[in-house]
Design a protein around this ligand. Structure first.
Ligand SMILES: Cc1cc2nc3c(=O)[nH]c(=O)nc-3n(C[C@H](O)[C@H](O)[C@H](O)COP(=O)(O)OP(=O)(O)OC[C@H]3O[C@@H](n4cnc5c(N)ncnc54)[C@H](O)[C@@H]3O)c2cc1C
Length: 476
């Protein structure tokens, strides 16, 4: 089968590109090396819809951030992805940092960000009573928001698949032959062919570019460590609280999440490789110290987990979205670091335009449906809805994850629905089962049983996150 377009990488960039392409009469295949979608930077980031004041004016980042905010809110509504416009605050601590607030305000204006306000420390504390007394000046950006990055990626892939896109998982691109299009071979020897190729491989985009002899950039992996706090701390602040950014990034933030937790982080440190996923004592100590600088009353005894995400930075600091000068039809969509989540729909549309200029014919489908049915999260239902769901399907009355009140019905749905959950972590990302205080200590065995039943496989073959991570060795 020769596809019209192959997409490398099912992170939020590839997912949104797939969804945008699914509007047209095209055959599209999304290739992902992991056992699930959203396994790279798109599963471990701050989940902030950035207000657009930070990128250097005139860059592609600044343009797509500004365009992307509204497009992202629109897509989230269509896909039923929880998203909240909670506004953000950038805080200066004393006279030395205050000029940076004015600079960011001016930069925001240049980037086309309309509604921003400069507040005194006291004015900001009226809106956010738990802010530190040491904060003297604040940039307030009401358009900023919070979103769940993996929910968005999963929903975008699901919607693209419902509109005809094919997803191949465990397909690690190993070789690309450029003959009348692209013949792509995986590490397992599987082959697919495509007329056009979008390289959305995140931290591995430079390696994929090298496969066609066009590695003109190097991805510099930079890790960010986080602490996630229990819902008891979720209302410590209502805005996303930033500090004045530095060369290293946007600094340590304190933010509520859409699911009601409190998130503190990230650090910024160069790491040896793109697959880095460790947290360190040193990194977490920085997170704790700097988060407490903004919001001193955060109770760090409520930390339920910590994690690391890896940014795919590049030395010039901008997104790279362009057609290869060596191979027509191969589009680099690389160095999509922050604010890549905010910009994802704008990035996808920009890449599609390049495909069009390169000759890809875009004929709209008559029956394209950009909406996706909401997941039936038991914890969000009122009593009448719960009653109706349990009557229609008694598995909704059986609670599997007690920390997050996730029912068996939801888990079975997640295993059946596009893109199907195949392992414990993919059930976790789709349903929140295992995301609460006990971090899956109680529900994991039951989740494994449900996966085994639904997929018709023995329990020993159920994995945490793909081959080699099976928790059970065999029967005694
Ligand atoms: C710490 C941190 C904080 C951030 N905070 C924010 C934020 O608050 N707001 C915001 O807007 N942005 C934020 N970002 C940026 C945002 O997360 C990224 O821009 C976005 O997730 C990039 O998505 P992607 O699809 O390009 O890359 P990824 O999500 O990394 O996806 C790339 C995919 O390609 C796959 N792949 C790689 N190589 C191959 C291969 N050879 N074959 C097949 N598949 C392959 C990978 O497995 C992966 O699934 C943050 C990033 C980090 C790391």
């Amino acid at each position: 089968m020769k596809y019209d377009v192959l997409i490398a990488g099912a992170g939020v960039t590839g997912a949104m590109a797939a969804r945008e392409l699914s509007r047209y009469q095209l055959s599209v295949c999304l290739l992902e090396k992991e056992n699930d979608v959203a396994c790279g930077a798109s599963k471990a980031n701050s989940g902030i819809v950035h207000g657009g004041f930070d990128p250097e004016p005139g860059t592609l980042k600044a343009k797509l951030n500004a365009e992307g905010i509204g497009l992202l809110y629109e897509a989230a509504a269509q896909l039923h992805v929880p998203c909240k416009q909670n506004g953000s605050m950038v805080c200066a601590f004393g006279a030395e940092e205050e000029p940076a607030i004015d600079e960011l305000y001016q930069r925001g204006l240049q980037n086309g960000i309309g509604s921003m306000a400069i507040l005194s420390g006291d004015e900001a504390r009226k809106l956010e009573p738990n802010l530190s007394e040491a904060i003297t000046k604040v940039l307030h950006i009401p358009a900023a928001g919070i979103i769940c990055p993996y929910d968005l990626t999963i929903a975008a892939v699901g919607n693209a698949m419902d509109n005809g896109v094919e997803l191949k998982r465990n397909f690690e691109i190993d070789k690309i032959d450029c003959v009348d299009g692209f013949v792509v071979t995986s590490t397992e020897g599987e082959q697919v062919e495509g007329r056009y190729f979008l390289n959305c491989a995140g931290n591995h985009a430079d390696e994929v570019a090298e496969l066609i002899g066009d590695r003109f950039y190097d991805i510099i992996p930079r890790a960010g460590e986080y602490m996630l706090l229990d819902k008891a701390e979720g209302s410590r602040v209502s805005h996303t609280i930033f500090q004045v950014p530095s060369k290293e990034g946007k600094g340590i933030l304190v933010s509520p999440t859409v699911d009601g937790n409190l998130l503190c982080g990230p650090t910024a440190a160069k790491v040896a490789g793109p697959e880095h996923n460790e947290t360190t004592n040193g990194g977490l100590a920085i997170v704790q110290r700097l988060a407490a600088k903004s919001v001193p009353s955060v109770n760090f005894r409520q930390v339920i987990t910590s994690f690391t995400g890896v940014r795919s930075s590049e030395k010039n600091g901008d997104f790279i979205i362009e057609e290869s000068k060596k191979q027509k039809g191969f589009i680099h969509v690389a160095a999509i670091d922050s604010p890549g989540l905010t910009s994802c729909v704008a990035v996808a549309k920009y890449a599609l335009n390049i495909l069009k200029e390169s000759g890809l014919e875009l004929v709209e489908k008559e029956n394209w449906d950009g909406s996706r049915e909401d997941t039936h999260a038991f914890r969000k239902m009122n009593d009448e809805e719960k009653d109706a769901f349990i009557k229609a399907n008694p598995t909704y009355g059986k609670i599997v994850c007690r920390c997050e009140t996730v029912s068996e019905g939801e888990i079975r749905d997640a295993i059946r629905r596009n893109p199907q959950a195949w392992d414990i972590d993919s059930v976790k990302r789709r349903t929140r089962s295992g995301m609460g205080r006990c971090q899956g200590g109680f529900c994991s065995p039951y989740v494994m049983k449900l996966i085994a039943e639904e997929l018709g496989i023995p329990m020993e073959q159920v994995s945490k996150n793909g081959k080699g991570s099976e928790p059970l060795l065999g029967k005694l």
